[in-house]
Design a binder for this molecule. Sequence first.
Ligand code: NAP
Length: 250
Amino acid sequence: MSEPRTALVTGASRGIGAAIALGLARRGYDVALNDIARQEEALNDVADEIRALGRRAETFHADVSVKAEVDSMVAQALSAFGRIDAVVNNAGILIAGEVDGLPEAHWDAVMDVNAKGAFMVIQALLPSMKARGYGRIVNIASIGGKHGAPAQAHYSASKAAVMGFSRVLAQEVGSLGITVNCVCPGIILTDMGRVNLDDPHVRAAWSAKTALARIGDPEDVVGPVAFFASDDSAFVTGQTLNVDGGIVFS
Ligand code: NAP
């Protein structure tokens, strides 16, 4: 492809999403940046950093759990960039709570953002990817969807849903030149990661459980995502890759 590649990254104002957006820009992508409206200032800062790298960045606010907002965001991004080569479904939330007593609203919110959000962004993008016969879909799941931890059953279920959905979608769209893969971060130091990591003892325990003897930084997730977003992974689809420093070995 001679023109710059374009990527849409959701939840891109901070944490892993911001690192992915900047990492793709450093690799030559123009980037459509999404986050929820309350993150406007932070998202603009990421866009400015990308422009300083000499790449194009545009911001599109949408709550990925609201279909009308997703459809509008995807239509605006396609109109602005002409096409989206790769989408990284990164937006996600974690609301801790044990199953016994978990409010139904917390189950619904986590499933709606983490699982349904990815589904709706992909559904809005598929017609344009199918028409071009090209697409790279990268879904950010979690080792929590394989392994899990107490007080995160609904989070684990949402990430397992993303992986199952991705395996089937890969079979539906593979013959059309579209790949679908998942990255499963482990324990990564972001605002969400701090839910697990604020207590120094918990932090030390996670480091000790990790083969590489450390917790991760958002930048640790970038290379694997860039691989799935690129043509280096042209013959890889329906896969999940743990990016966890060695916690889960399957
Ligand atoms: P983060 O620091 O909390 O950032 C997530 C971003 O997504 C925030 O800017 C957030 O905005 C945004 N967002 C939340 N709900 C949204 C919605 N409905 N629509 C659009 N944007 C929304 O989280 P992170 O740690 O970078 O996590 C990024 C992804 O990696 C998530 O899918 C997460 O599940 C996954 N992950 C993280 C870890 C970890 O240890 N950090 C491990 C495994 C997987 P608000 O803050 O305003 O809600």
